[in-house]
Write a protein that binds this ligand. Structure first.
Ligand code: COA
Length: 320
């Protein structure tokens, strides 16, 4: 039976680490408030000349090294990002050129913080239809470029970075690989989280805005319900889930989701204390951290729920 299997992970975080205290020098906030309300302690921010495709490339190279694969073996690239280098070509196309791989599809997926789960669904389709055999799936974001650094309600929440996986078609008897995918959205909720600009309106990227409490409420409700739906689709019970690698937005949100799902919070991988919210990069960054430190082991069942602007939300269930 053919399956879509994550054979390697990689990630990249910019060198510059910014503490809450540094932000408190610029806006009216404090380390204590940020830690208590969000769980965030530090975030990485891209250097002035560092782009989303630079970060994607570094993460991709690490995943290729971990897989022991040459870039020529990659025959598909899908990048989840809302903060591309240019409107066109896509980050995926730039990455293909930088890696020196040729042929096969390369494109970006825009689904905000749900982007990585959406990108997995695209890559899974390519593998199932025989369009590709080894797909680089990446979440990469320069959130710092769309943040209003004078707005204390949003600037404390976000960070930059990239995470990559190689999703490969494998034919074996084991059940490892993607077991289920669930993607949902409600465009009518587009007004509670977004940017104030865009190409066809202001000809700028705009700044991120959100109604924090509303986003929080939908985040808990929808990431919980979509996890339940995806796990049931995989023919599993929530108690079968070894690790929940949820979108990293807020530690209180993760605890509330754990409560909704009646799962111990210890089963949730948490990296937002050091990475903050890196949008589409947050899940692959957390996956790479937990795979490399040995927490995630072969045979583990993973649930990857996310919610982002759109609103969009989804969950992928994987046997590692
Ligand atoms: N530092 C200090 N005080 C702040 C602050 C900051 N950085 N940001 C807001 N405040 C103030 C508010 O002005 C408010 O003051 P008031 O009571 O005098 O009006 C008070 O703190 C409480 O604000 P509130 O918005 O109720 O806080 P909260 O507990 O809801 O936390 C968020 C705010 C943004 C941390 C929280 O709503 C959240 O995480 N939402 C989800 C955000 C998210 O994840 N978005 C992306 C999803 S993909």
């Amino acid at each position: 039976m053919a399956r879509s299997v994550i054979i390697a992970t990689g990630s990249y975080l910019p060198a510059r680490v910014v503490t809450n205290d540094v932000l408190a020098e610029k806006v009216d906030t404090s380390d204590a408030w940020i830690r208590e309300r969000t769980g965030i302690i530090t975030r990485h921010l891209a250097a002035e000349n560092e782009t989303t495709s630079d970060m994607a490339l570094a993460a991709a190279r690490r995943a290729l090294t971990a897989a022991g694969l040459d870039a020529q073996a990659i025959d598909g690239i899908v990048v989840a990002t809302s903060t591309p280098d240019t409107t066109m070509p896509s980050v995926a196309s730039k990455l293909q050129s930088a890696l020196g791989s040729r042929g096969g599809p390369a494109l970006d997926v825009v689904a905000a913080c749900t982007g990585f789960v959406a990108a997995l669904s695209v890559a899974h389709g390519w593998l199932e239809t025989g369009l590709a055999r080894n797909v680089l799936v990446i979440g990469a974001e320069s959130m710092s470029r769309i943040i209003d650094w004078n707005d204390r309600t949003t600037c404390i929440l976000f960070g930059d970075g990239a995470g990559a996986v190689i999703l490969a078609r494998k034919e074996d008897e084991s059940r490892r690989g993607i077991l289920a995918l669930q993607l949902e959205s409600d465009g009518a909720l587009g007004t509670i989280l977004g940017t104030s600009g865009g190409v066809s309106t202001t000809q700028t990227a705009g700044f991120l805005f959100m109604e924090g409490q509303e986003v929080f409420r939908h985040g808990v409700e929808k990431m919980s319900s979509v996890t339940r739906a995806a796990v049931a689709k995989a023919g599993l019970a929530l108690s079968d889930v070894t690790w929940v690698v949820a979108h990293q937005a807020n530690a209180r949100m993760i605890i509330a989701i754990a409560r909704q799902l009646k799962l111990p919070p210890e089963r949730f991988i948490v990296t937002l204390d050091r990475h903050a919210n890196t949008s589409a990069a947050s899940i692959p960054l957390a996956l790479d951290a937990a795979a490399r430190d040995g927490r995630i082991a072969p045979g583990d069942i993973l649930a990857l729920p996310a919610l982002g602007a759109g609103l969009t939300w989804g969950c992928c269930v994987i046997c590692w």
